[in-house]
Design a protein around this ligand. Sequence first.
Ligand code: F6P
Length: 360
Amino acid sequence: MHRFRIGVLTSGGDCPGLNAVIRATVASAHTLGWEVLGFIDGYEGLLSPVNYRILTVENTQGITATGGTIIGTTNKGRFVAKSGLGEKAMIPQPIIDEAKKTLQDLSVRALVCIGGDGSLTTADQLFENGVPVVGVPKTIDNDLSATATTFGFDSAVQCVADALDRLHTTAASHKRVMVLEVMGRHAGWIALYGGLAGNADVILIPEIPFSYERLAAHVEKRMASGAASTLIVVAEGAAPSGGGVQTLDGATKGEVRLGGIGAQVAHEIMERTKRETRTVVLGHLQRGGAPTTQDRNLGTRFGVGAVQLIQEKKFGQMVSYLNYQIGSVTIKEAVGQIKHVPPDGQVVNTAKAIGISFGI
Ligand code: F6P
């Protein structure tokens, strides 16, 4: 007779803090006498050839401080449930049935799905098909509604601030304009919080369409009045008013890959101001490396919260972080809509109050 068994998987893009969730899930499940299977490479591990490993307190020791995920992840594969901004693609029934059978054959009584919007949409489809699922929200982008924040976001913001700290000295030495393109998909949280913490002079975010004329005029005014440099943080999903987002080639399945706005912004500024301008694309550095202490602790709290949801048989629910407390919401509620930066919110206004321009 098996011990009560649960499964855990990480799905979508990786994110600092995933291992903290895994370790906390395993450690708290073990105190209840449960066994934990970690499915490899997200939902793919549930499909033929089935791939998992038994996770123990011993083999998850010390992983809280590490980046990435020890059980692998993918944002491709047979389980992609989102095909673009807000578009939902139904997972084919044979795929759902196969995953369900795997869980039944292995006597897995509940599945912890750690993922972002797309992966939680998949989790909800499994739940609708009778799989006892609980969700853990994960994304560096901080764009999931129904939770004040997600682990990974703080680590990404720290990375942006560190990059800006470095760019300040080289930009000032050369009296240059420096454009830093950061992640965040269609939300500007990383750009806003990273730019604020790293003393950016301009922050461009998807929620506030900007004007190249105003941006160039602002840069020119600063440089002409003796500023040593101008540092611009641009979110990958930002766009000028009336213009569309920039995308990278090669996306065949899943969401389009955003990128290229940094180079475009630099080009437009150079054309208009003739100032020397350089671009840095921060890219996956924002997702790699050790999580900050805040993300370690939030991940740990989410892992324990997920096990509690299973104990309480609250399937179809996702742990959330609201008012400094771990609670839960239905997965459906959480994946319904993207959480955007309020363009007239306190943080944007704080940035404006210290002279940061949004290019408008
Ligand atoms: O959603 C997290 C994220 O890092 C986005 O900020 C970014 O647009 C995307 O994933 C990059 O995905 P990939 O790792 O597939 O290039």
